[in-house]
Design a protein around this ligand. Structure first.
Ligand code: E4P
Length: 221
């Protein structure tokens, strides 16, 4: 399972990229708005920093033509751009036209296996079911993800399943078990993934024992 970072913060991206585990970044209009800057400048910095799939979302949802035109402009920014389009009839229509021209798309705001099938049928590169938001609404986001990965395996769909809207480390573990191709992980969850109290205690004990040895050796000299 590839790990993406779900953020538009360049500081967060630089930190996780440094770990060597980062395979891509997902952004959306809310994440861009949180950075309070010029979207084009933010996208450019992300594209220059990470050598993996970067999802950039269309914002003019007035028609399929508008989404297609904006998607083409976003795709021109760099080879690693994946154009993010919403799961709507216009989004599917625009997405199909883009995939026909070899532009990779990520169909977002997916909440059901039926929607995921539609994304696969237009040849989407990625489909993004939102697990946390389903959980928030009293549904079982992980069960939806499992259904989608099962259907995609049976149907041999090439579309990659990206588990989105993840909230805690257990989400990441269960997504891996369920066969998600990608998990897009918020920064705070990445920090929780790397930390374990026994690792911290182990480090303290190693350091203490090492210092004791140094003192012993000095005493003998
Ligand atoms: C995915 O691409 C989305 O940006 C994201 O995972 C949404 O997560 P949220 O429900 O925490 O906003």
């Amino acid at each position: 399972m590839r790990l993406f970072l779900d953020t538009a913060s360049i500081e967060e991206i630089r930190e996780i990229n440094r770990w060597g585990v980062l395979k891509g970044v997902t952004t959306n209009p809310s994440l861009i708005a949180k950075e309070h800057g010029d979207p084009d400048a933010i996208w450019a910095e992300i594209l220059a920093t990470v050598d993996g799939d970067i999802s950039l979302e269309v914002t003019d949802l007035s028609s399929a033509d508008a989404m297609e035109a904006e998607g083409r402009k976003l795709a021109e920014k760099a080879e690693n751009v994946v154009v993010k389009l919403p799961m709507t009839p216009d989004g599917l229509s625009a997405g199909k036209r883009l995939t026909n021209d070899g532009i990779r798309i990520n169909v977002t705001l997916v909440f059901s296996p039926a929607q995921a099938i539609l994304a696969a049928e237009i040849g989407a590169y990625i489909v993004s079911p939102f697990l946390g938001r389903l959980d928030d609404a009293g549904s079982d986001g992980m069960a939806v993800l499992r259904q989608i990965t099962e259907i995609f395996a049976v149907q041999a769909y090439e579309t990659q399943v990206l588990a989105a809207s993840l909230r805690h480390p257990m989400h990441i573990i269960e997504c891996a078990e369920a066969g998600a191709d990608i998990a897009t992980v918020p920064y705070d969850v990445f920090l929780k993934l790397v930390r374990h109290p026994l690792t911290d205690l182990g480090l303290q004990k190693f350091a203490a024992d090492w210092n004791t040895l140094q003192t012993e050796l000095k005493g003998r000299a």
